[in-house]
Ligand binder design. Structure first.
Ligand code: GLA
Length: 666
């Protein structure tokens, strides 16, 4: 069976090529709905952020990989599920149980049906014409109240077939029988997983597109069918980004068809490669932003960094995934309570999936207590889905602030990345709270309360993270800064011309190759993407010397969408070319659209010109779109553009004009 005529990818319906009349009709209909490819900056007039699947908050639960690698079995998985129930963690929200790599025996060549390794999953030995089935297994998990998750690969072969060659649980048989990945079997496998076997969650790895290189020792010795790699780790120019994205889109379409009610979660596991940090949000519910986490402090830093500055790319239904938790092992075992709490706090603050992955049956109670911190889980699962924003940044310490749903409360984390004590002064302004009014902090680990006005000094122990819920007088008491609500923003077009690797991610000694190279290089595209409270390159927002503590930093030729479900009445921003831009010749223009109609536009702005104030009456508007057009789209490098102090307010009265005027004018 092939997938040649499956649904077209949403962003390029014209590529559907298949023979039947039905498909030709699909093509025409899809084209009729397609945005004119010529102008991706034209307002869509409707929310384009992905709304598929069932991940309105970050997925929580347990995954088998870090606990058992391929030496997983039915007893171990069900044992973990039982601990989740008995400990109360399931009730707290840990409701996915995900079986990772290691479960398969082979693909039956007569009909392509996957067969389960019944030696380790005895309930799968159902016999009959199907041979094996996971239905009894998922029935058990469902009866316990869980959603069930399964693992596959987007290529022909899985990661264990490249990296766990010693494993007793690798697929067996001929070359074809060992091709257990989705390639060539998308519809068949997805229907098997979701319709027949009853899984609700799928993790889709990508080694099949990266590691089975023609002529390689691996391919020769293991007798795999070679595949010219579509992903070359760390090299954007040698990775076929569009082909990788299209494959995941094809799978997404098959999942939607199998689960039309949208009761599924799709996890993309392309480890931050193929520019997935930019497009993952449009295709799946979560996407890995980096390589596999290992149980070391520096690996945790690396994975945290890969997601922490991507707040505008996440929101309800779509989450940055810095990988499953490594709590329970190495630097995060029970002997390292500070590191355990830090790892958990950081994942909670940036809306990462909270997927536990150690042998819960044999773990200490102290770890369950950490995972069971209802305050931490609550902030991760806050319905508004605003990822924490790094509001103070350095290599030594960071302050991360997350707006909680009601807009009145904030969560704030003070994080000491280093191995020596760190002085950290928290200012009301870091949380966009007023300087002159008292701020109350409730420590979400100790439950202690403290109150301060203006600023408060702390000394953080090595690797310590303090997390507080903060209440005080908000700087904007009749609205929000857009940088406070990243979960309500969809980066439709971020203006990056070429994928560029992000140099700000902690460069650990690679645990696999050690120091056998010239050094660790930046490897994940996404540099230059839209940012909350900084420029796309991490500089302070500043236009003609005027500094903006709040705002959105973008590149020219970008289009952001803002969901105005909260019913704000007015948008205000001070806009201009950021002082960090290096091209003084190119003018840019800023536009505000409401439900597709132009509401405000700036005059052309160049580097060095004062910020212009834009205001727009957005009463009744559902979707606001913020567009920056650069003079020479397509040729010249993008210009750094700043939406300074961009805010939505409930101010009474109408705003009459959409005219721009220099900031500071009456
Ligand atoms: C890759 C993934 C891991 C895990 C293994 C399984 O390395 O990134 O999370 O799924 O494959 O082999």
């Amino acid at each position: 069976m092939t997938d040649r005529c499956t649904e077209a990818p949403a962003h390029k319906p014209w590529i559907v090529v298949c023979g039947s009349l039905a498909a030709a009709v699909t093509l025409l209909v899809a084209q009729a709905h397609a945005r004119p490819a010529a102008d991706p900056l034209a307002p869509a007039g409707r929310w384009e952020g992905s709304t598929s699947g069932s991940a309105s908050t970050p997925p929580m639960g347990w995954n088998s990989w870090n606990a058992f690698r391929t030496e997983v079995d039915e007893g171990k998985v069900l044992g973990a599920a039982q601990v989740l129930v008995d400990s109360g963690l399931a009730k707290l929200g840990y409701n996915h149980v995900i079986l990772d790599d290691g479960w398969w025996m082979k693909r039956r060549t007569s009909d392509g049906r996957l067969q389960i390794r019944t030696g380790i999953f005895p309930s799968a030995a159902t016999g009959g014409p199907d041979g094996t089935s996971f239905k009894p297994f998922t029935d058990k998990l469902h009866a316990m109240g869980f959603k069930a998750g399964i693992y596959t690969d987007i290529g022909r072969n899985a990661c264990s077939q490249a990296y766990d060659l010693h494993s007793p649980n690798l697929p067996q048989g001929t070359t074809a029988e060992r091709e257990v990945g989705l390639d060539g079997h998308v519809k068949q496998d997805i229907n098997l997983y979701f319709k027949e076997w009853g899984f609700d969650y799928i993790k889709i790895d990508a080694c099949g597109l990266a590691d089975f290189v023609p002529g390689s020792t691996l391919v020769k010795e293991q007798k795999y069918r070679a595949m010219a790699p579509l992903i070359e780790r760390g090299s954007n120019s040698r990775t076929d980004i569009e082909a990788v994205r299209t494959r995941y889109e094809t799978v997404a379409a098959a999942i939607r068809a199998a689960r039309p009610a949208g009761d599924y979660v799709m996890s993309i596991c392309a480890w931050g490669m193929a520019n997935v940090r930019s497009w993952g949000k449009d295709v799946g519910n979560l996407w890995r932003t980096s390589a596999d986490i290992t149980p070391s402090w520096t690996s945790m830093l690396h994975n945290f960094d890969s997601a922490a500055k991507r707040a505008l790319y996440a929101g309800p239904g779509h989450w940055n995934d810095p990988d499953i938790l490594h709590i329970g092992h190495g630097a995060f075992d029970a002997a390292n309570p500070v590191e355990v709490r830090s790892h958990f706090s950081l994942w909670a603050m940036i809306n990462a999936p909270l997927l536990v992955s150690y042998d819960l049956r044999n773990g200490p109670a102290s770890l369950l207590e950490v995972l069971g911190n209802a305050d931490l889980v609550g902030l991760n699962q806050d319905k508004a889905g605003h990822q924490g924003v790094v509001t103070y940044d350095s290599d030594d310490a960071q302050i991360i602030v997350k707006t909680l749903g009601d807009g009145q409360r904030k969560a704030v984390a003070l994080f000491n990345r280093g191995a020596t004590p760190a002085p950290v002064t928290l200012m009301a302004g870091h949380m966009k709270l007023a300087d002159g009014a008292p701020v109350t902090l409730r420590n979400l680990w100790t439950k202690d309360r403290i109150t301060f006005t203006g600023e408060k000094a702390f000394t953080l122990a090595p690797h310590e993270t303090l997390v507080f819920e903060a209440t005080g007088k908000r700087q904007l008491d009749n609205g929000v800064y857009l940088s406070e609500i990243p979960g309500s923003i969809n980066v439709a077009v971020d203006g990056t011309r070429q994928p560029q690797n992000d140099p700000t991610i902690h460069r650990m000694i690679d645990p696999w190759s050690s120091t056998r190279s010239g050094g660790t290089r930046a490897q994940y595209a996404g540099w230059g993407g839209a940012q909350a409270d900084t420029t796309p390159y991490g500089q302070s927002l500043q236009v003609a010397g005027q500094v903006f503590e709040s705002g959105l930093g973008v590149l020219s030729n970008s289009r952001l969408q803002v969901n105005n479900d909260a019913g704000h009445a007015r948008l205000t921003a001070s806009v201009g070319v950021d002082d960090s831009a290096d091209d003084a010749t190119q003018p840019v223009q800023f536009y505000v659209h409401g439900d597709g109609k132009l509401l405000a536009q700036s005059a052309p702005a160049k580097l060095g010109a004062r910020a212009q104030t834009l205001t727009a009456d957005i009463r009744g508007v559902k979707v606001i779109e913020l567009v920056v057009r650069g003079g020479q789209a397509g040729t010249a490098p993008p210009v750094v553009a700043t939406w300074g102090d961009a805010r939505l307010t409930h101010a009474a009265g109408s705003v009459s004009s959409a005219k721009a005027q220099p900031a500071g004018m009456p």
